[in-house]
Design a protein around this ligand. Structure first.
Ligand code: COI
Length: 371
């Protein structure tokens, strides 16, 4: 089967569709959807598009989910020339399937591509690739509360060449994984560990790009966090080792007792779509939002004086996670048994109500994927 598509910002690309001859049975799929966890199961198909320096984007295909044959010299395996995105498909009460601000993810994917010397995938083709996958794997979008189909677009250097330069052959894929809560305990306040020995991203580095290397750099300090009984690791800036940056895979926001939201402004953190959306919702309610440097001392002092009263982590995967306590060598902020903050939870609710179609989409943030 071949589907012909007309895209606004690229010349028409045809997706060749090959159905999986051995999809999961309805019963197996329903069993997975009843308890999907996060990132453990994958749908029956995947999207693949190739790029070459001479041919541009070509060979768009929807294929059975399966292993990727790569030359062992493929540059991504050696030099980490790789980027990815994460967004979700939500099933609304009428059965329709929607995603949230995919243009923002497409633009961030383009910025990540520029930083990693990869080709920029046009926004129209990015969104079309999501629609193609949902068209064939729509039955994998769960309907229960707080569940979704997590979509993972990614791109990597596929050229077999060991010289260090930007690859001339690149593969783009989209895979999808049904998802429930990101953290095992669901939405409950977490403890985070402040890494003082390791940084996540350096000045002028790849911190603002969604590239595997940033996440690889977080894994050892993340293990340290687990060993300290914490769920996530928080990094400081790597120039002065003073200012909050972000968590291993999420942005951070602090809330003062007068309802001001403060969040780090730094060239080396990821521009979170979830964070931006929460801050927009807060501003629309009349809250002040400050995007600026926040030193760890400011958080410690203002929390001790009762001036900073809530903190939360946010990202696509976990949406909003209240932070009960920050632990570090020699000091802590907050109380491990602190309940979730009221503003934290009400912003979370407003955002998820929009995403799941429970309230009007008054900002025009949703894009339908199954039509
Ligand atoms: C997100 O919350 O979107 C993240 O980046 C975490 C993801 C890498 C699992």
């Amino acid at each position: 089967m071949t589907l012909s598509l007309s895209l606004t910002d690229v010349s028409p690309l045809q997706f060749a569709v090959t159905r999986n001859p051995n999809p999961r049975s309805d019963a197996d799929r329903e069993e997975i959807l009843a308890n999907p966890g996060f990132g453990q199961y994958f749908t029956d198909h995947m999207v693949q598009i190739h790029w070459s320096e001479r041919g541009g984007w070509h060979r768009a295909a929807v294929e059975p989910y399966g292993k990727i044959a790569l030359d062992p010299a493929a540059a991504a395996l050696h030099y980490g020339q790789e980027i990815f995105e994460g967004l979700k498909a939500y099933r609304h009460a009428d059965g329709s399937v929607w995603t949230f601000r995919p243009d923002k993810n497409a633009e961030r994917f383009q910025r990540s591509a520029r930083r990693l010397a990869l080709p920029e995938l046009p926004t129209g083709l990015f969104i079309e690739s999501l629609k193609q996958l949902v068209a064939i794997d729509g039955a994998w979008v769960p309907a229960a509360d707080e569940t979704c189909l997590y979509l993972r677009p990614f791109m990597f250097a596929a050229e077999a060449f060991l010289g260090v330069r930007a690859a001339k052959k690149v593969y783009y894929f989209v895979i999808a994984s049904p998802a429930g809560a990101y953290f095992k305990g669901g939405v409950k306040p977490v403890k985070i560990w402040l890494s003082t020995e390791y940084g996540r991203a350096g000045f002028g580095g790849t911190g603002a790009a969604k590239t595997g290397g940033n996440y690889a750099a977080s894994l050892l300090p993340q293990q340290e966090a687990y060993a300290e009984g914490c769920d996530q690791v928080l990094f400081l800036d790597s120039v002065e080792n003073t200012y909050l940056e972000e968590l291993g895979g999420m942005n951070i926001v602090l809330v003062t007792k007068d309802g001001t939201l403060i969040t780090p402004d730094s060239p080396s953190i990821l521009e979170g779509v979830t964070r931006d959306s929460l801050l927009e919702l807060a501003e629309a309610r009349g809250h002040t939002v400050e995007r600026r440097q926040i030193s760890i001392d400011e958080w410690r002092d203002r929390a001790a004086s009762g001036d900073i009263v809530e903190a939360f982590a946010c990202g696509t995967a976990a949406v909003v996670t209240p932070i009960a306590q920050l632990k570090s060598r020699g000091f802590s902020i907050g109380d491990p048994d602190a309940p979730a903050g009221a503003l934290t939870m009400s912003l979370r609710k407003e955002l998820t109500d929009i995403q799941y179609g429970r309230v009007e989409d008054r900002f025009g943030w949703l894009t339908r994927l199954d039509a």
